[in-house]
Design a protein around this ligand. Sequence first.
Ligand code: 26Q
Length: 799
Amino acid sequence: MTYQDARPATGLQDAILRHLTYTIGKDTAHATLHDWRMALSYAVRDKIVDSWFVSTRTAYEAGAKRVYYLSMEFLIGRLLGDALVNLRFDAEAKAAVEGLGLSFDAVLHDEPDAALGNGGLGRLAACFLESLSTLACPAMGYGIRYEHGLFRQSFEDGRQIEQPETWLQQRHAWEFERPEAMYRVGFGGHVADQDDRAVWTPAEAVLAEAHDTPVVGWQARWTNTLRLWGARAGDPLDLKRFNHGDYVGAAAAEMLARSISRVLYPDDTTPAGKELRLKQEYFFTAASLHDILRRFDSEHGDIRALPDKVAIQLNDTHPAIAGPELVRLLHDERGLPFDEAVDLARRTLNYTNHTLLPEALEKWPVDLMRHLLPRHMMLIDRIDADHAAHFPARPTPIVADGEVNMGTLSFVMANRVNGVSALHTELVKQTVFADLHALHPERIVNQTNGVTPRRWLHACNPRLSGIITGAIGEGWVGDLEQLSGLEPHLDDAGLQDAIAGAKRANKVDLSNWVSATHGVSLDPDAMFDVQIKRIHEYKRQHLNILEAVALWQAIRANPNAGWTPRVKIFGGKAAPGYVFAKKIIHLINDVARVLNADPVTSPFLKVVFLPNYNVTLAERLIPASDLSEQVSTAGKEASGTGNMKFALNGALTVGTLDGANVEIRDHVGAENFFLFGMTAPEVVARRAVPDHAGQAIAADPRLAAALEAIHQGAFSSDDPNRYHDITGNLRGPDYFLVCSDFTDYWRAQRAVDAAYRDGAHWTRMAALNTARSGWFSSDRTIRGYMADIWGATSLRPGA
Ligand code: 26Q
């Protein structure tokens, strides 16, 4: 193939060829797929830069309030496809690339998936950035430029193996280095009192170097920036040691500094309690605040206007040190009285809570904090004393039992605190922050999560997207509530057929891919039942696999009972140190091996665990799903966002009344949602019942038999005791109430089977899920934050 054979070069082709030659330094004869992908990315990036400059200038000229989103995680995934869609360049790019004799798909899939996050919290941050740009809200995301994102997962004999992720081994096409935006971040040392002013002299310092990625909104109306900090040593080389032949020692300082931005902590629940994690938190928070104040100074005079011009959002407690750091900058460095510094900081900062799990609430030992951040520890003590003095009747200490409670610190230093779904926000008020809520009843607000429809419907599901646009026009992409306009068309048989056909075609694509990459053949006419998310006991992947075992036994006992063919698809990573979660992965893989090899049952039931679940795999799976598993123990999943993506793409949910499931069910209609299980208050009551698991097992022979098969080694004949930890846990204490919810889950799943057999009715329910999911756009969520939390306005009229 040669590009010369193709049609006359388009403008985009010219740009690609120019970048191939002058940026990459390759000619067409020697260009690799990677070279072509980079050339296309640079050509696309050029287009974004124009919008970026206009946005920056407009925000500056308007003197607008800026929003800063501080997050340890931005799970952005691939950027090329997203950028093309938002620039409305996708069709042109496809033609240009194919005109050059290349496969467009292959070029898009050459891009590494940037996994700078663990799961929901990180992906939410990425959706928010895109919506902030779509809504033309002047904003910036701040985070860490991890050299290694979330580990790569593979399976060896069914066990999870972790390998380092290496997305930066290739150049990151989208970023611009900003060596001029460089800050020194100190650690350790001592604090002296000079003329009544605290002076902190750190023992060591590292440099934070900015790397900017433009984030283009829908139709390129606006472009914001994601600024990620990389850590470097101030002195990259100890020349004296080098000249003495100590090459390792000469580079030691640089290695130590770089370790701060080396790797993402692979844990989405338990604070690792590691000094390096605290260093990461302070590193990116301090650099971001310096940068924010520098920009504020360049645009405005009086620092007292800070809360009018700046809103800072803390994505969970990970950047909670922003409170004391901002007070330090205003009080110690700028000489404002302490009370005023605290007041300004508090009116500028806001905090989002993402979890109620006690083990995930960050606490840092006072000794570690004092050692690493001596001045901040003094300020925390003073903020704590101050708050206590204001509210003596109801003590809510930040520092207790030798630890700093980062949730309390974040709450006390925040203008607004928000939960991420209606149920979660109520539970935040009633549980973790009950005392603080009583003292500050205005502070907690709800902002139910959302997802960007550009990535999670328009780009990932072009078939369904095209059908929707054909029916109601394309306004829905920028205004998702317009999806409700589909509803009157749903009696049109042609539309129903088209929707069913799109789903079927997506399932065929997925089946082909699974077969080619994993050697498993799937029947596209079977129901695709999907659970994709981090592996955690509260998310209850083990409830799902237990139901698979029970179903397998039921089919074997009665193979001719007219079973609805199903493929259960799993995806998700377990934190490397979470032994029980890794056991669940092993169990699912063991059950899959036995079931898939069973000639009697496998026509009706297959189980597949796809390795290395990430954003890209989600984009493949969700459009091809019939059933979305959202089965967490009620009260434990703060919101969920995968649940929204499935509903939007026309999958029905089998789920509990947890997190945003509650609101999804309210929107799509109870008759289009398979509800099961206990409610959050029932869960609390059930735990108090002695031997609740034993009772549930005694009452349900299916559950008893499924547990017994696992216990006896039916899926682990090489090691029959392998799953005794799991069966022992489920038979009691069963904290997450798998057994107590099993019987109702089984019932709901059989209702799902029956519903799926009525294809036309199923399609209608699926289409209603799409038509009624418009509210779950992250555009709606961001509008809520702008109005209720940030006091920010859109710079695009009518947005
Ligand atoms: C903390 C300290 C040390 C190491 C790691 C961590 C850590 C890292 C990540 C703690 C928590 C997380 C991530 C939490 C998370 O993803 N929560 C999810 O947030 C989503 C967006 O709001 C919700 O939809 C999910 O329900 C919630 O589980």
